[in-house]
Design a protein. Structure first.
Ligand code: ADP
Ligand code: MN
Ligand code: MN
Ligand code: MN
Length: 346
C-alpha cells in the first residue's frame, strides 16, 4: 500500500468571482486511486461563504482525478460541493446542473496576466512599458522578460503530466499577458480541465512571488488589452451537417439570448467588450467571417466547408466560469431545430 496525497479542490461561494480552494488528505491505496475509490470529504463552509443556516459543514464529492506532477504520490481531485446529505448540490455548485453532451467539443483560450508588486510582470514601478505591438507571440528579453516564459513552460509541463489536454500556449498582446488553450469533449470535461489548469498556475507561481490576475480588464480604460477566454465550440450536427440556413438560425438564437450569455460570460465584461482591442460591444451581438471585432468569429474553414465546423464566441472573459459558459452555449444551441427535427415536425 502507498500513502497518497489527495488534494481535494473545489470552488468557493464568493461572488461575482468564485475562488479555488484546496486541502489535502492522506489515504492508502494499492495503486493510483480511481474516482470511485475516492471518498466524500467535508470542509467548513462558514469560511468560504458556503455555510447555509446553522450548519457549516459542506461535503466534497470527487468528480475528476488527475495525477499531481508536483507531488510524490499526489492526486488532484476536482470536487463538487454538496449539502450535508451528500447528494443535494450546494447552491454554489453550478457544475451539478449544467447541460452536457460528450459530442459537444469545447476549446477554451484562457488569457491572464502575471502580476508582481501590484502591476503586470515587466511593467516599470511607475508609468508604462513601450506600447503594445511586439509582445504578442514575442521573443526576447525586452518583450517577455526573464521569468515569464519559464513559468509558462513549467505550467505547460505540469498540465501535460496531469493529463490536461493543452493544445497550445502563446504570449499575448499586453506585456505580462499570456494564454493557454485547452480542448475537451463535453462541457464538464473541458471545464474541469480549465479549473485544474488555473489551479496549477496559481500554485506554481507561489514560489516565484508572482500572482495571476484573471480580471478581464486589469489596466482599465487604457490602450492595454483585456483578457478573454474565447469559447470555441462545435456540436456533432455543426461538424457533420451544418449548412447556411442552420447557421443563420443559430446566430439568430445567439442574438436573442444575448443577455443570458453576457450574464455568465464573466464579471466586468462591459469594461472589456468595448468595441476596441479586438472586441465587440458587450450589448450588441454580431458575427463575421474571420472578424476579430465580432461577438462570434466564423473561421474561413467553416464557410469553405459548407458552414460546417466550429465557431468562436469571443465574449467570455478570463474570469468566467467555464461550466456556466459551456452550458449557456449548449442551451442556445438546443433551442434551434436541426434539419431532421424540422422535417419531423412538418
Ligand atoms: P485564435 O487565437 O486564433 O482564436 P487558438 O489557436 O488560440 O485560436 O484557439 C483555437 C481553439 O479552437 C483551440 O482551443 C482548439 O482546441 C479549438 N478548436 C479547434 N477545433 C475545434 C472544434 N472542432 N470544436 C471545438 N473547438 C475547436
Ligand atoms: Mn488564441
Ligand atoms: Mn488570445
Ligand atoms: Mn481566439
Amino acid at each position: 500500500m502507498t500513502k497518497y496525497k489527495l488534494e481535494y479542490i473545489w470552488l468557493d461561494g464568493y461572488t461575482p468571482t468564485t475562488n479555488l480552494r484546496g486541502k489535502t488528505q492522506i489515504k492508502e491505496f494499492a495503486e493510483f486511486p480511481t474516482l470511485e475509490q475516492l471518498p466524500l470529504w467535508g470542509f467548513d463552509g462558514s469560511s468560504t461563504q458556503q455555510a447555509e443556516g446553522h450548519s457549516s459543514d459542506c461535503v466534497l464529492k470527487p468528480v475528476a482525478v488527475y495525477p499531481d506532477p508536483a507531488r510524490t504520490n499526489g492526486a488532484l481531485v476536482m470536487c463538487e460541493v454538496m449539502m450535508p446529505d451528500g447528494v443535494t448540490p450546494h447552491s454554489t455548485n453550478k457544475r451539478a446542473t449544467i447541460l452536457d453532451d460528450e459530442d459537444a467539443w469545447f476549446g477554451f483560450e484562457q488569457e491572464y496576466f502575471f502580476y508582481k508588486d501590484g502591476r503586470p510582470l515587466g511593467f516599470p514601478e511607475s508609468g508604462y512599458p513601450a506600447p503594445q505591438g511586439p509582445y504578442y507571440t514575442g521573443v526576447g528579453y525586452k518583450n517577455v522578460g526573464d521569468i515569464a516564459r519559464q513559468l509558462v513552460e513549467e505550467h505547460l509541463d505540469l498540465c501535460l503530466e496531469a493529463g490536461i489536454n493543452h493544445e497550445g500556449i502563446n504570449a499575448e498582446v499586453a506585456k505580462g499577458q499570456w494564454e493557454f488553450q485547452i480542448f475537451g469533449k463535453g462541457s464538464k470535461k473541458a471545464a474541469d480541465q480549465i479549473w485544474m489548469a488555473r489551479y496549477l498556475l496559481l500554485r506554481l507561481c507561489e514560489k516565484y512571488g508572482i500572482d495571476i490576475e484573471f480580471h478581464c480588464k486589469p489596466l482599465g480604460d487604457t490602450d492595454w488589452n483585456g483578457s478573454g477566454m474565447h469559447c470555441n465550440f462545435s456540436t456533432k450536427y455543426l461538424r457533420e451537417v451544418g449548412g447556411k440556413e442552420y447557421f443563420e438560425a443559430l446566430m439568430a438564437a445567439f442574438d436573442k439570448n444575448l443577455m443570458d450569455h453576457i450574464a455568465v460570460y464573466g464579471p466586468d465584461n462591459d469594461k472589456r467588450l468595448t468595441g476596441k482591442h479586438e472586441t465587440a460591444p458587450w450589448n450588441k451581438f454580431s458575427y463575421g467571417v474571420a472578424d476579430r471585432g465580432a461577438s462570434i468569429r466564423v473561421p474561413h474553414s467553416f464557410v469553405r466547408n459548407g458552414y460546417k465546423g466550429y465557431l468562436e464566441d469571443r465574449r467570455p472573459n478570463s474570469q468566467g466560469d467555464p461550466y456556466q459558459i459551456a452550458s449557456q452555449v449548449l442551451k442556445t444551441i438546443s433551442e434551434v431545430p436541426t434539419g431532421a427535427e424540422k422535417k419531423a415536425a412538418a
